[in-house]
Design a protein around this ligand. Structure first.
Ligand code: AMP
Length: 299
């Protein structure tokens, strides 16, 4: 059986960074998350693409052993057009063309319904809720989102938050959602809604884990070569849940390890556009950087 169910977008991305531009390359939250999760476990994706989605991109995902039974084909692919300036922590959106996502209804295939580890990656919160309803007996649910859905569907998003084990947000989204400048206050408000843990991603500056009684501060990796941070948040989430599914250990100390694996994959992802870096990434590269993360924190 597949280990991790991931619902999110499979997209065509037009991206401009100070280091180059890509027109309609492979992207999407479910794409990055499933590719990252595949280093640790077997992901199964729920999403929609259009007839314009290149066949070679599908092959790329299939080659990684990602189950695409839940990928529908309808109309035209979701298209995100964004750019980064020298502060690469903040993605700026030029255009979001929902296309086939506008009428997408999450439909969980029969062979996905027993999956225990669920990642509700960034997509319409109403479809995240639909997915939860159709899963038989989930063990662990992680939720991610972004400013687009916080602005347009806040009420549904708050309903999803009440049903999940872990909430992932970046710092800007945490401040936007809870209307406070303090990340600690935002995390505490989120914990009051139901999740057992809240992880606030701070781009190149690392990530914070908040549980009821504990707090962990994961360092950022001192990355010299950064080209395109698109998908880093999704890679972080995918690797985080992929590692937890593989180890089947939901202790707080294992969360910390999963966060470091998330940071390892995300930092590699930023080294090139699209999936270019992850395509050549090996388990040796991953373990090497994991050890560097451990060394950074030794004193
Ligand atoms: P991130 O990990 O936050 O950098 O996510 C980047 C990915 O999110 C891109 O590949 C986009 O295709 C995708 N994306 C952009 N806007 C949205 C949206 N409103 N809903 C879902 N996915 C999106």
């Amino acid at each position: 059986m597949d280990d991790v169910l991931i619902i999110g977008t499979v997209a065509l991305d037009t991206i401009e960074t100070p280091f180059g531009k890509v027109e309609k390359g492979i992207g999407g939250s479910a794409t990055y998350a499933s590719y990252a999760a595949s280093f640790f476990s077997k992901p199964a994706v729920i999403s929609v693409i259009g007839h314009d989605f290149p066949k070679e991109y599908i092959e790329l995902l299939e080659k990684r052993g990602i189950n695409l039974d839940g990928l529908k084909v309808h109309d035209k692919t979701f298209h995100w057009d964004g750019y980064y300036e020298y502060d690469m922590n903040e993605a700026k959106t030029r255009k979001t063309e929902l296309n086939s996502l506008a009428n997408f209804k999450a439909d969980v295939p029969e062979n996905y319904k027993e999956i225990k580890y669920i990642f509700l990656a960034n997509i319409d919160p109403e479809q995240q809720l639909e997915t939860i309803k159709q899963i038989k007996n989930p063990k662990f649910i992680v939720l991610d989102t972004m400013n687009f859905w916080i602005s347009s569907k806040k009420k549904s998003l708050l309903d999803v938050i009440k049903k999940v084990d872990v909430l992932l947000l970046n710092d800007g989204e945490a401040r936007q959602l809870f209307g406070t400048i303090s990340l600690v206050k935002a995390a505490n408000e989120a914990l009051c809604l139901g999740p057992k843990a809240v992880i606030i991603k701070k781009g190149e500056h690392g990530a914070l884990l908040f549980t009821k009684n504990k707090h962990f501060n994961a360092p950022g990796y001192p990355l010299e070569n950064i080209k395109d941070p698109t998908g880093c948040g999704d890679c972080f989430g995918g690797a985080f849940i992929g590692y937890l599914a593989k180890t089947n250990d939901l202790s707080e100390s294992n969360f910390r390890k999963a966060i470091i694996y998330g940071s390892v994959i995300a930092s590699h992802n930023a080294e090139d556009f699209g999936l270019n870096r992850l395509k050549s990434l090996t388990m040796n590269d991953i373990e090497k950087r994991y050890k560097e993360f451990q060394a950074i924190r030794e004193f």
